[in-house]
Design a protein around this ligand. Structure first.
Ligand SMILES: [Zn+2]
Length: 116
């Protein structure tokens, strides 16, 4: 199998700080193909097909990526294509190898009291 090297080699680097060192764990975010909805979501397995972008497993980079819409820019998407829980999932993934005792997020939905 011949490995071709195109001029533009995609480098796994953080969309915020551009760090690409192997020491820092990078979390993959993927834009699914159009036929799959073109949605941008967290890819914990790193195996999903689509265009990928990366962010450090670091609170600061995740927060900045969110604030500055780095994934939208990196993947050429509009905000409505962003998975709503993307950043929550990135944050919880970031912490999973640093203890992870209380990984259950308290996303209790407000019960609608319609019969009162
Ligand atoms: Zn970073």
């Amino acid at each position: 199998m011949v490995v071709r090297r195109p001029r533009h080699i995609p480098i796994r680097s953080c969309v915020v700080c551009r760090e690409s060192s192997d020491k820092r764990r990078l979390l993959r975010v993927v834009r699914l193909p159009e036929k799959a909805g073109g949605v941008v979501q967290f890819d914990p397995t790193g195996k999903l097909a689509g265009r990928g972008a990366y962010v450090c497993a670091d609170e600061k980079c995740i927060a900045l990526a969110h604030k500055q819409k780095r994934f939208e820019r990196a993947l050429s998407v509009t905000q409505d294509k962003m998975s709503v829980d993307l950043f929550d999932r990135l944050r919880s993934s970031k912490g999973e190898d640093a203890g992870g005792a209380d990984s259950i997020s308290e996303l209790t939905s407000n019960p609608v009291l319609s019969n009162e």
